[in-house]
Design a protein around this ligand. Structure first.
Ligand SMILES: Nc1ncnc2c1ncn2[C@@H]1O[C@H](COP(=O)(O)OP(=O)(O)O)[C@@H](O)[C@H]1O
Ligand SMILES: [Mg+2]
Length: 260
């Protein structure tokens, strides 16, 4: 890998019919960074996540994860390598409890074999116990400890987002992609979320954050990339990006999304 970037894209592109949803994107993330990915609605942010996580196969370009090109790998292969995500449209099992939803994340990385699970031997139980303890720990850090036995369906929107984030953390991922995690949260919840994001970075997790709310991105990100119509128009420190004329124009010209 040489340059030490944990993740790096090279000329990453995808077309849908005639539309270049992402067009020649070059960006990188270093271990331990919190990177903001912003831009107006339709800029291509979620599409970038879909390519990074194997939901979409890029039309061209590469995605280097620790030097290995993972472009076009299946989603489960990418999770195994240490990248997990949350979805802009929450995807929880509504009829399952909070703790069960989070444990689904742990199961992607528990490697007991069929024999162990069929006979429920000690190794299986120990792994299950470990996963449960870890899941509860994560939920506690998100102030969700009193809700672990509630059904996901019955939770407020902000709490459902937290469960998604907990599930992503429970996979043991090194890189977590958060797609508008503060959407549907009140200001107090957003603030707590920012604290949580900083906390998981402090334990060594790297974060790529798509966010609509400029103030959230600016407060928490080490660096910010700005997409507009599939193209990178600017990147740098939050304060540099916030004052960039092209960024201001993109925001005001499009679906104004500051303070929405
Ligand atoms: N599966 C798809 N098929 C066709 N067009 C798509 C698909 N996914 C995304 N797009 C298009 O790609 C562009 C970028 O969308 P998206 O990545 O969701 O934007 P953002 O997350 O920045 O709001 C939009 O024009 C969108 O309609
Ligand atoms: Mg999106």
């Amino acid at each position: 890998m040489g340059n030490g970037h944990i993740l790096e894209t090279k000329e990453l592109s995808i077309n849908f019919g005639g539309i270049k949803a992402v067009d020649g994107l070059n960006f990188h993330i270093d271990k331990g960074e919190i990177i903001g990915l912003i831009g107006p609605n339709g800029a291509g942010k979620t599409t970038v996540f879909n390519m990074l996580t194997g939901v979409y196969t890029p039309t061209s370009g590469s995605i280097l994860w620790k030097g290995e090109n993972i472009a076009g790998l299946a989603p489960q292969e990418i999770v195994k390598r240490g990248i997990s995500r949350t979805f802009q449209n929450i995807r929880l099992f509504g009829e399952m409890r909070v703790i069960e939803n989070v444990l689904i994340g742990s199961h992607t990385n528990i490697d007991y074999n069929l024999f162990d699970s069929v006979f429920e031997n000690n190794r299986f139980k120990t792994k299950e116990d470990e996963a449960t303890i870890k899941a509860i720990e994560i939920l506690k850090k998100l102030n969700m400890e009193d809700k672990i036995h509630m059904y996901a369906d019955s939770l407020a929107y902000g709490d459902q987002r937290k469960v998604e984030i907990a599930r992503a953390v429970a996979t043991g991922a090194e890189l977590i992609l958060l797609d508008e995690p503060a959407a549907g949260m009140n200001p107090h919840e957003s603030e707590e979320l920012l604290e949580f994001i900083s906390n998981i970075r402090d334990i060594g997790i790297t974060i790529l954050l798509i966010e609509h709310d400029m103030s959230v991105v600016m407060n928490v990100s080490d660096r910010v990339y700005v997409l507009d119509s599939g193209k990178l128009i600017c990147n740098g420190l939050p304060e540099e990006v916030a004052h960039n004329p092209q960024v201001i124009k993109a925001y005001l010209g499009g679906d104004a999304f500051v303070n929405r």
